[in-house]
Structure formats: structure tokens, C-alpha cells
Ligand binder design. Structure first.
Ligand code: SAM
Length: 287
């Protein structure tokens, strides 16, 4: 197996194929072998798993996934990587590469078609310029056991943040609504070629089997969350009144009190069950 993390091996191979890194495509490739090994291991990839990888690049994580999983399906946008991946992962017959934009995929259909009878999981060193849309698509697809990804450390901290903390955001609530996050480990910039300007971190999202949050209308719930964070450090009633103009300021305050909270409460201190109570009051007022 080609040692993809050995830059003495890979630099001449990339040069031979005239490959130049694309910043626009978020190309920072792993050159520290412990990182892809740890991601595949911590993700719990084994012969019962069907793994969707996003952005295989030159294949360091792909190799580790193929060594462990029953089937790996990798989606890569940059077709210039084709001859290189032929060399680094061409030997694996449990690998299928889809040459396309991951955001254009029908993820649930892909998982149904490729991973029938397997435990579906997603694993990736994500292109950082589209971390949020990819994670949103993977969680909303509602078809993975777990999603284990490398992201910017500050994004990982945001995903795992607790109510009331500086990192807590609408994206935190979105991710934790669907899944339970666990920060696994940090990855310093020197583990990549070229080196990114930020520290990275691997985070695992264990997808909740049942989402017993009790939201009467998920669309209203997510609108409530968005409105609550739109005006940080202001009273929740202001954010709600602006996110739901039909309520007006008085209606927003009434909703908050009917949900059992003080009218002066601030949105960024609330957890998911509290947002559900407020969203459900809005739904009730409509009917
Ligand atoms: N997995 C490799 C590694 O760990 O070294 C590469 C990771 S690199 C951070 C991100 C990869 O995602 C690149 O190979 C890039 O070409 C690919 N990529 C960028 N945008 C993409 C998209 N929209 N769909 C699929 N792949 C994409």
C-alpha cells in the first residue's frame, strides 16, 4: 500500500501529475499517519460498516476506512485527483468513488443504494469552506449511525457547546437536536500539507435514534432558535418579535411567559427543551 502520508513519496507523485493544491476547494491533505488511523478507529469502523467519505483527496483516510469497512463510498469534487487515487487506493475492491459535489447528492438515496444491510456512517476530513452545509445535509439525511469529522477546532467547540457559553449558537442547537456530540482530539496544523492557518479537531456526532424533544412543528422550532440567536445579548422577546413579525412585541412576551419563562430572559441561555416549549407556544397560538 502506498504510504500516502509520506511527503517524500507523495510530492514527486503529485508533481508527476501536475497537481497543484486548490485553496478554493479546501485542500489541506493529511501527512501525519496517526490522524487518519485514529479517525477510522475512533469512528468504530468495522466489517459491519458502510462508510460515506467526503473529499478523499489523495486517500490517507480512504485507505484506513477501506482496511476496516465492508464498503466505502467516497465523494470527491476534484477530478484531477483521479490518477493519484488510482495509485493510492486503486487496490481496494470495497471502494467506490463518486466524482461529484457532495452537496448535490441525494444522501438518503445514496445510503440506501450503497449500504443496504450495513451500519451507515459518515467519516471525513471536511473541506472547511463548506463545513456547515455538509454537516447540515448529513444530519438532516437522518440515515447515519454516526458522523465523525475533522473540522476547524472552533467549529467543533461550537457544535459541542453548552447553553450560556460564548460558543453556543443556533448551529449548536441544530446539531445537538439531531445528535450527541463528543470532541475526540485536536489536530495541529503541522499534520497537513499545505498547513492551514487554524488548529483542527475531530468530533463525533452520534445520531439520536429517536428525537423525543416533543416539537409540534420542527420548522417553527428551528425558526424560533434562529430568531433567538439573531439578537445576542438582547432580550429573547426582541429576537422573537423580529423573527415572527406576526407576534409583535406583546405577543412575543406573552409566548415567553406562557412557556413558563421570565419575559426578560435571553435566548442564548436556553437548552433544546426550553426552545421546544417556546416554539410549541407559538404553534398553539396559531391554531
Ligand atoms: N481526505 C483528505 C485528507 O484528509 O487528506 C483530503 C481532505 S481536504 C481537507 C478536503 C477534500 O474535499 C479535498 O480533496 C477537496 O477536493 C474535496 N472537496 C472540496 N469540496 C468538495 C465538494 N463540494 N464535494 C466533494 N468533495 C469536495
Amino acid at each position: 500500500m502506498v504510504n500516502v502520508c509520506d511527503i517524500q513519496v507523495m510530492k514527486p507523485l503529485l508533481a508527476e501529475h501536475g497537481f497543484h493544491f486548490s485553496k478554493a476547494k479546501g485542500q489541506n491533505f493529511l501527512i501525519a499517519p496517526w490522524v487518519p488511523q485514529s479517525i477510522a478507529q475512533e469512528a468504530g469502523v468495522d466489517e459491519t460498516a458502510g462508510v460515506l467519505e467526503i473529499g478523499p483527496g489523495i486517500g490517507p483516510l480512504t485507505q484506513q476506512l477501506c482496511l476496516r469497512a465492508k464498503k466505502v463510498c467516497a465523494v470527491e469534487l476534484d477530478t484531477r485527483l483521479k490518477p493519484i487515487l488510482d495509485i493510492t487506493v486503486g487496490e481496494f475492491d470495497n471502494l467506490e468513488i463518486i466524482w461529484d459535489d457532495v452537496l448535490k447528492q441525494d444522501v438518503p438515496a445514496l445510503v440506501r443504494e450503497k449500504f443496504a444491510g450495513l451500519r451507515p456512517m459518515a467519516c471525513a476530513n471536511l473541506p472547511y469552506y463548506i463545513t456547515s452545509p455538509i454537516l447540515s445535509a448529513l444530519l438532516e439525511a437522518d440515515c447515519f449511525d454516526s458522523v465523525t469529522v475533522m473540522v476547524q477546532k472552533e467549529v467543533a467547540q461550537r457544535i459541542a457547546a453548552a447553553p450560556g457559553s460564548a460558543d453556543y449558537s443556533a448551529f449548536t442547537v441544530f446539531c445537538q437536536y439531531y445528535a450527541e456530540p463528543e470532541l475526540l482530539f485536536d489536530v495541529p496544523a503541522h499534520c497537513f500539507m499545505p498547513q492551514p492557518k487554524v488548529t483542527s479537531a475531530v468530533i463525533q456526532l452520534r445520531v439520536r435514534k429517536e428525537r423525543n424533544w416533543g416539537a409540534l412543528d420542527e420548522a417553527v422550532f428551528f425558526r424560533t432558535v434562529k430568531a433567538s440567536f439573531a439578537m445576542r445579548r438582547k432580550k429573547l422577546s426582541n429576537g422573537l418579535a423580529s423573527g415572527f413579525p406576526e407576534l409583535g412585541k406583546t405577543g412575543a412576551a406573552e409566548v415567553i411567559e406562557a412557556a413558563g419563562f421570565d419575559a426578560n430572559i435571553r435566548g442564548e441561555t436556553l437548552g433544546i427543551p426550553e426552545f421546544v416549549r417556546i416554539a410549541n407556544e407559538i404553534v398553539k397560538r396559531r391554531s
